[in-house]
Write a protein that binds this ligand. Structure first.
Ligand SMILES: [Fe+2]
Length: 383
């Protein structure tokens, strides 16, 4: 099997490292910078220092503060249209997964107007996009490390992951200080999204030595620090662990693939607009329970990374792993009933049908997933 890793070209990490932005930006010799920023980060003043440093570079800086949350195809088109006459030659994106994904798509659109015809068809992308600097303010999606962009297709009530190597940012700035104001519930769900990336990629049929390396370290860091950051958002040590773990999770996705958790999660996001991290967090323990028997040895290695003592054999240890995941989700306040989020049993046929279409991910699940299996997993969450 051939496996491949395409990391971002420049990765800067550490507390306060946003201060490097001047040096980083100047290497691109920009004349016109688009600054895509999360609306709440911008309004709370969280991007003021960065903006000042960008302006000091002498280039025109166009602030784009209304980047859509969980963007729809039409919203990405509008975003591109609003930027297309500005002569943008560098994009700096600061925000969570939605902001980074929007920036990745607009960066490519600015150099590939033909791609506008169908954003779901990555085959229309021919040229590298406008250079992109990604600064995550949440520790979850790992979008800063991946060639994936997620868009909502409202007609199909589905979220679709579009994949192209030109979506990989040119530079990533991982500054834990940019994540301290993240509320506890978002810290929990985004952290568990990163946890899903690591575990799913570790048991995926596409797993490989590169993804294994990053997955086990991400699992270790999240197990050590997610509860800490949830309980005390100002804990910078924990925030740093989580930001690294989310990036590592993205590196896993870039060379392996997520599996049934993400596949079953997409219809919940598309149809009910349940945030991505939350639907994954709810599904994770049950999908892992479903997969456990197929990859018990892998689960034993996950247990070790989580700090769970081994049982008598891999089978027993794998049970303890799943229990550990249930416990973690519970202690982070993750609900276990999808009805609380508006999901109705009457919709189940359509939800299952939509999930079964996500073959890009389901095909990589270590245990085959039939429509009945998917229904069984959803039913655990619809008591
Ligand atoms: Fe995810």
């Amino acid at each position: 099997m051939t496996y491949r890793m395409r990391p971002p070209r420049d990765i800067v990490s550490g507390r306060g490292c946003i201060g490097e932005i001047g040096n980083i930006v100047s290497s691109f010799l920009p004349k016109s910078i688009a600054f895509l920023v999360d609306g709440s980060v911008h309004r709370s003043g969280g991007s003021d220092n960065l903006l000042e440093m960008l302006r000091a570079q002498g280039a025109a800086v166009h602030i784009v503060p209304d980047v859509p949350v969980e963007p729809e195809v039409g919203q990405i088109r509008e975003l591109f249209t609003s930027m297309s006459g500005l002569g943008v030659d560098l994009i700096v994106a600061m925000g969570g997964g939605s902001v980074l994904d929007s920036a990745k798509m607009t960066s490519v659109l600015l150099r590939n107007p033909g791609y506008l015809a169908n954003l779901l068809d990555a085959g229309l992308i021919k040229e590298r996009g406008v250079p992109l600097i990604a600064i995550p303010t949440s520790a979850g999606t790992g979008s800063e490390a991946t060639p994936n962009s997620i868009v909502v297709v409202p007609e199909q009530q589905l979220k679709v992951g579009v994949v192209h190597p030109f979506f990989i940012p040119d530079c990533v700035i991982l500054d834990p200080e940019a994540t301290v104001s993240l509320p506890a519930n978002i810290t929990a769900t985004t952290g568990l999204d990163a946890f899903c990336h690591a575990i799913e990629c570790f048991i995926s049929k596409k797993r490989n030595p590169f993804s294994d390396l990053y997955a086990l370290e991400a699992i270790r860091l999240i197990s050590r620090s997610l509860l800490r950051a949830f309980q005390d958002g100002s804990d910078l040590e924990a925030r740093e662990d989580l930001l690294l773990a989310a990036f590592y999770g993205g590196m896993c996705i870039a060379s392996s693939s997520t599996v049934a958790v993400h596949a079953l999660s997409y219809p919940l996001g598309g149809r009910y607009r349940i945030p991505h991290g939350l639907s994954n967090a709810i599904l994770l323990p049950w999908v892992m329970d479903f997969n456990r028997g197929a990859v018990a040895e892998r689960f034993a290695r996950v247990a070790a990374a989580m700090g769970i003592p081994a049982g008598a054999d891999d089978e027993e240890t794998s049970k303890k792993t799943v229990e550990g995941i249930f416990t973690l989700a519970r202690s982070l306040g993750i609900p276990s009933d999808l009805r609380e989020l508006g999901v109705r049993k009457e919709d189940l046929d359509e939800i299952v049908a939509a999930a079964m279409k996500v073959t890009r991910l389901l095909d990589n699940n270590p245990r085959p997933v039939s429509p009945e299996d998917a229904r069984g997993i959803y039913l655990k969450l619809l008591p």
